[in-house]
Design a protein around this ligand. Sequence first.
Ligand code: MN
Length: 136
Amino acid sequence: MEPKELSVFPMGKKNDAFAEYFIGQSYLNMLSSEQVAIGNVTFEPGCRNNWHIHRAKSGGGQILLVTAGRGYYQEWGKPARELHPGDVVNIPTNVKHWHGAAPDSWFAHLAVEVPAEGAANEWLEPVSDEEYEKLK
Ligand code: MN
């Protein structure tokens, strides 16, 4: 699968603004920046974001709508969940997790930022190669 075939949504530009919180190359295209923020995030094979937490005083969290490729979502202390197009992930506030591509596949999801009071992302350590390489 080539990147340009990934999704009906445009892939956008290299995600330079958040590059320090990712391993590998990701791309970000904000589809909606009002009412509810929705970004189209594309990961090259092997690319994943660091462990992170969507903090909020009330409301908040994130919903992932998988549009293309194969990837993973994992909460701290739990097994990784393999993701395919059509899958939906509800990420609660204040839960440590990561999401990203499988080692051998591009991956794309829409990230819906659930409206919140006092929202802030807390970025943590990278997903280690040792942990990641257990995944197929
Ligand atoms: Mn997240």
